[in-house]
Structures are given as C-alpha cells and as structure tokens.
Design a protein around this ligand. Sequence first.
Ligand code: HEM
Length: 391
Amino acid sequence: MTTTAVSPALLTDPGLHADGDPHAVWRWMRAHAPVHRHEAAAELPAFWSLTRHGDIRAVYRDAATFSSARGVLLRSGDDPGGGMTLALTDAPRHKQLRGLMADWFNTRAVRGLEGYIRAATRSVLGRAVELGRCDFADDVAGRLSLSVICHILGIPERDHEDLYRWTNEAFEAHTSLVSHPMLVEYFMELLYQRMEEPTDDLVSALVNGTVGGELLTEEEAVFNCENLIGATENGRLALIGGMQAFLEHPEQWQRLAADRSLMPGAIEEILRWTSSATHSMRVATRPVEIRGTRIEAGDRVVLWLPSANRDEDVFTDPYVFDITRSPNRHIALAAGEHFCIGSTLARAEMRVLFTELLDTVGRIEQSGPVRRLRSIEVGGPESLPVRLTAK
Ligand code: HEM
C-alpha cells in the first residue's frame, strides 16, 4: 500500500481514486472521524462522510430517514432522474417500480439466462484468445456485461455494438447516459416499437406496466433503461477487478483451479475486495443522530463502501485477498430496500467468466500497465492489458 497524506478532503478528488491510496484515508477516518463533515468546496455541496460498516449498513436499512429521491451520487445539484428511476425513488413508488422489474433479475430469470451468458462469454473469450493481447476491460468484461443487459432489455444482437460505443462515449466524457443523443433516440424508438408490439422483454414491461395505477411516462421509461445500462458498469468493474486480483494473487487462482467448490466464496471475496461502487449518497429527511453527531434534515450523507468492506471491526485481515474468507459480510451490493437488483446477475456473470477462463485458457499474463478510473463514483481498472493463451 502506498502512503497518502491523510486528509478527508482528498476523497472528493478523482485523482486520489485513480493514482493514490484512498484506503489510507478511509482507514484513518474509521479510526478518528467516522462521522465527518465536509464543507461545500469547488462544485460540491457540503456533506457528511460515513466510513464504518455498521453505520453505513444502518443508513441503508433506514430508507425512511435517508432518502434516495434527490440522487444517490454526490454531485453539484439534484439528479435529473430523481423520483423517476428505480435507484432514485423512495417508498411507496420504489417498491412498485422494483416490482415491475424484479422478474427479470430474480434467481429463476438469471438461471434462464445462463445459456446466453455462457455463449456470450465464449464468444468474447474466443476473440480475445485469437487476438493474443487484448484489453480485458474492453474486449472481455465490457462487451460481456453490456451484451447481457442488452439481451434482457430486448435489444437485438445487431445493435449491441452501437450501444457499447455510445455508452463508452458517455462514460469517457463523464456525462450522464441521458445526455447521449444517439442513446436517447435509440431507446425512444425501441419504446414506441414495444408499445405497439409488446414482447416478453424488460422494455415491454417498462412501457406497458403500471406504477400506482399509471403508465410510466416516456421520459421515465427511457431514464430507467439508461439507468440499467449504466448500473452494469459495476458488473463490468467487478469482472475486471476480479481478474486483476487473481493476477496479483496467483496462489488464489491456483487454489480455485484446484478446487472449484471455492467459486461462490471467491465471488464474494471479489465483490468485497473490488467494491466497485465507491459511494452511495442519501439525503436525511429528518434530524437524526449518528454516533452522537447531529445530522439535520436536508443534509447529504455519503456512504463509502470500499471503506465498509475493509472495516477491521468486521473483517479479519481486511487487506488480505482470501477466497476462502468466512464469514464475509461485505456490503458491496448495498443493503436494505435498494439492495442491488442486479446482484444475482452480477454473480452469475462472474461465475461463468472465471469458470470459462479456468476451463479454456491455459495462461493469463498481464501485458501492460493497469489504468484506474478517475472517479469518485465507481472504482477499479478501466484498462487491464492481458495476453490470453488457449489451453
Ligand atoms: C458487482 C457488480 C455490482 C455492484 C458492486 C453493484 C452495486 C450496487 C449498489 C451499491 C447499489 C445501491 C445503490 C444505492 O441505492 O445507492 C446498487 C443498486 C442497483 N444496482 Fe447494482 N451493482 C452491481 C451490478 C449490477 C448489475 C449487473 C445491474 C444490472 C441491472 C445492477 C443494477 C442495479 C440497480 C437497477 C440498482 C438500484 C436498485 C434499487 O434502487 O432498488 N447492478 N447496485
């Protein structure tokens, strides 16, 4: 671990997350300032930072006191999707909206998707092996996670490449997907098609299902499609971060290769270790005390997930990557009513990808430097050059 000057203010600097050691800051805050006030600075409003596992979990589990409706990411103003997308609604609307989408992400649905996930994995891996050298982030993980969510939404295979390009353009420009004109136009067109001729895909459910007795507006349906595409960025980062963890800890890869029954535990450890969602934000709906500190109604509270998942009060040797860790009470996928709806899907993608790698790829070597994302919202490698050699 590199040393970093420990100042909580650094946490809002994307450069710290790309090139520095945010864990040094979080470790200090857990010990010395677990409920820390940041005053408004640069373009960001004032907010509170929470860094301990127990405090963060408690906030997630009290959605009545800690609202998601003004945004769940620390930004200059309120989120334009507030009150509209699944992540950005409170009860009772949140539950109804979640009910509309849940059938596409539950265990049964994901089991039904396994064949598609395996075929998509074999296709990206086959191409990567043929290339020899590739960027695991782009050529494997990115393409895989995007094609799976496109399949769920009902986007025809021939359009996946366009969707991949547009979402990458939006992410690279650090803009919201909503502001990419091609993406908005594409979803509007798809919505109209499904209004006229519904099929059994998720877009059809979004345009024809009701919430509170009313159809979603076109804007709400488009925002939710984009939110689902955007949310898979986390799935992609878990795949890349998992690969990086195995490259840095080859003995853990060997253990998994020797005993496949370790796969479920390995997946949980990758989720804990990578904690790709760097923070969630909530807004207090009433005055409340956390560890004796008073938070006022309207205050923003930022939950730093990678910190919770290295909390030494909860995890033995938290800075050790150990695929046999047990128990492993990570909260990488949040907790409470906003618990990640894509959790089963994300786990299935990890299981299939790492299984296929073990089955079909003989050697995996890193072939260039890793570049990490410059973001305070999601963390992990945005580029991981590797050389894959077939068995
Ligand atoms: C390992 C990968 C993933 C991680 C670490 C992750 C993490 C999270 C976290 C922390 C939240 C809570 C956000 C908040 O309320 O502030 C969340 C919610 C959500 N996630 Fe994931 N996620 C992952 C994969 C996925 C995938 C593959 C999808 C695909 C659809 C997805 C879709 C969503 C959605 C729609 C929500 C909002 C749920 C709600 O508010 O009810 N996630 N995720």
